[in-house]
Design a protein around this ligand. Sequence first.
Ligand code: C2E
Ligand code: MG
Ligand code: MG
Ligand code: MG
Length: 287
Amino acid sequence: ENKILIRDLKIEYNNKMTQKMKENFLTEMSLRKGLEQEQFELYYQPQVDSVTGKLIGLEGLIRWHHPEEGVKMPGSFLELAESTGLIFPIGEWVIEQAFNQLENWKKQGEDTLTISINISSRHFLAPSFQPFLERCLQKYDVKAEQLIIEITEDVAIEDLEVAKKRILALRTYGFQISIDDFGTGFSAFHYLQHFPVQEIKIDRQFIQDITQNEVSMRIAKSIIDLANMLKLKVVCEGVETAEQCEILQQIGTPILQGYYFSKPMRYQDVCHWWEETKNVAYPSDKK
Ligand code: C2E
Ligand code: MG
Ligand code: MG
Ligand code: MG
């Protein structure tokens, strides 16, 4: 009886594995096709100055226009892109999008806004990463200072030494490096001690209940104070309400990003948003 049970379990397991492998294979094929057929689009979310409410930069967030399934979010395909190595061409595509946009701005006389892009640890540490950026700098008429490269704390786990060297090398070109989801890893301080980055982004989980939870508010304040002491820029992610904005203004002067200002949107919508919000009173002006 036991034998049969184990055999059944094995069959079930194998079936599930085959099913999962089949799904992954199909997704991989359609990811490749998506790249070839340019089904990806970089959406942009505004980052604003907490004091003036003015736009200071955009974060690029990838979307996949799947021919059958509609718009797919990064959470649904990045993991597989990562494990199949497709994250490299995808990352390079994102970098080129950013350079293109920065160059367009420059032609229009706009050369101070920044674009932030997300780069996977695996790609950031790869030998091809830096040469690709160098080629882009040659190809596009863009200042490296306007590109902010967001990495996460796990690059430190992957390879601390390579990561450190990479950050230093990229800085000599003028690129800015930012730590995304700051505080969610297990060694935030270790990170700051070893990595000469210019910016940290406080994760949404610390901002979320800042208005109801005194502890969250104090944690956010300590991170902001720490960033100020280390002369780092600090971005608060996931700002959704006017109340959160006001508290964040009171406890420091970080950069704010979140649905309160806008969801990530297509570039043409960013232009409308920008025009419309230029003259709108900001929460702090309303008093
Ligand atoms: P992230 O870089 O931390 O980006 C923030 C995520 O929070 C985005 O989700 C954004 O749409 C969402 N968000 C922004 N403001 C708010 C808010 O006020 N409330 C809430 N609830 N959410 C908010 P998204 O676009 O689904 O991206 C998820 C993650 O996927 C990103 O997290 C980033 O780690 C990764 N990702 C996105 N685009 C790329 C890319 O081009 N390349 C790579 N390697 N990773 C990317
Ligand atoms: Mg990010
Ligand atoms: Mg984040
Ligand atoms: Mg993230």
